[in-house]
Write a protein that binds this ligand. Sequence first.
Ligand SMILES: Cc1cc2nc3c(=O)[nH]c(=O)nc-3n(C[C@H](O)[C@H](O)[C@H](O)COP(=O)(O)OP(=O)(O)OC[C@H]3O[C@@H](n4cnc5c(N)ncnc54)[C@H](O)[C@@H]3O)c2cc1C
Length: 466
Amino acid sequence: MRDANLLDELRQLLGPGGLSADREALTAHETDWSNWGRSQPLAVARPRTTEEVSRLLALCHRAGQAVVPQGGLTGFAGGAIPAGEALALSLERMTGVEEIDRDAATMTVKAGTTLQAAQDAAEAEGFLLALDLGARGSCQVGGNVSTNAGGNRVIRYGMTREQVLGLEAVLADGTVIDAMSKLIKDNAGFSLKHLFIGSEGALGVVTRIVFRLHALPPSQNVALVACSSFDDVLAMLRRARSAFGGRLTAYETMWRVFIEAAHEANAALRDPFPRERPCRVLIELRGEDEVRDRGDLEDFLAGQLEALPGTEAVVAQSGQECRELWSLRDSAGEITRRLGNLANLDVSIPIAHMGDFVERCRETLTRRWPAGRTVFFGHVGDGNVHVLFGSPDFPAGEKPGVEAAVYDLVQEYGGSIAAEHGIGRVKSAYLDRTRSAAEIALMRTLKRALDPKGILNPGAVLGPMS
Ligand SMILES: Cc1cc2nc3c(=O)[nH]c(=O)nc-3n(C[C@H](O)[C@H](O)[C@H](O)COP(=O)(O)OP(=O)(O)OC[C@H]3O[C@@H](n4cnc5c(N)ncnc54)[C@H](O)[C@@H]3O)c2cc1C
């Protein structure tokens, strides 16, 4: 039974604007980008400090009240949906960069800061925060850490986990875990930060983060390449890796259906190639010397045009043109919205089998659901492909069938059902396709140890606990 005093106590704790239960606020916090469902929260709590998060969780723990942490609500896994009348704990008022340490090359940021604001602050000091994704303007760094987000530069810098040196998190009972280390070498006991990175708010609320920063590469060069087959995409990737080494910061692939959908979403998008070419690749190089890097990229592409018949390429000649080429890839969010009722799958496949997987996936889905549309794109340099399948009137009841069909194939190829978007609520029933029984049992043991009453994001990742 709900503790009748809880909302009053929370209101008192959080002060003016700290707790909302009006219709507008509740509606704005009902769902994320997963299109999986909506659930009205009990109320929306907006703490300003770690101390407030700690006291809020202690009160909810005492009352047995479910709490769902929310960042920018851009997640695709339904992890932030406040199912079962949970309290939505929004980090939106915990914003700001606390420090940029030029000697240690670190940045200390509050969890509710948007990724874009953190990137800009790093850049203003001559550093690169290597994490980057299309949702940068809305997603929060706490959400990025909690989902271990991937994004556009993983091929060079790794996932979010690789960018986090330390963090602060609050456990379900309000205990604050201060693991704000700036040290690169720090092997003193278990590395507790990893419990919270990628655990999607099920083990703790991330409140502050120490990110590792990199030197800001002064030059950026971007090319868009049209390839005749996915085999050519892979052949070019192998050569690009050895030609550019650490300068290769993105290798994003878009299949023809993606390009068609992108142009339907925005006819002004720049794409100079005939629409029917099977694949596009966006290649980005970041380095020290703009002119030399552009020359290297042009020479490399000239070689590919000869080696891979039918290949065509354009190289951006200015920062504005780089942004124009990136906007084609960044239109994924808009395509997702326009496809309507769809299954949005994010899988990893051993890279050598990705072309084969895509063809079999397309065949399997269109044979069973001829009216549906399949869109493929992804961070192919990392073995990650996104599969969108649906249509404006695709029956919602058919989505589990689509998911099961794709995950069967993923399992067959030894891939992962969650490359970078996490498990959340959308995929919790499929966790055993990628994780063994022993792994899932250990996850449950950890969940019970850290959150014995199961108040933090119940149902997310592990599904029902009993
Ligand atoms: C256009 C677009 C492009 C995208 N591109 C990518 C991409 O390239 N790579 C990628 O990985 N993802 C991508 N995403 C998905 C999404 O942006 C990421 O998962 C992002 O990290 C989510 O951050 P958020 O702040 O929006 O979190 P939310 O959606 O609010 O929450 C996500 C999960 O994290 C938990 N959570 C949020 N904040 C905290 C916190 N402070 N403490 C504890 N738990 C918390 C929530 O409970 C939930 O389980 C994209 C999304 C869009 C809309």
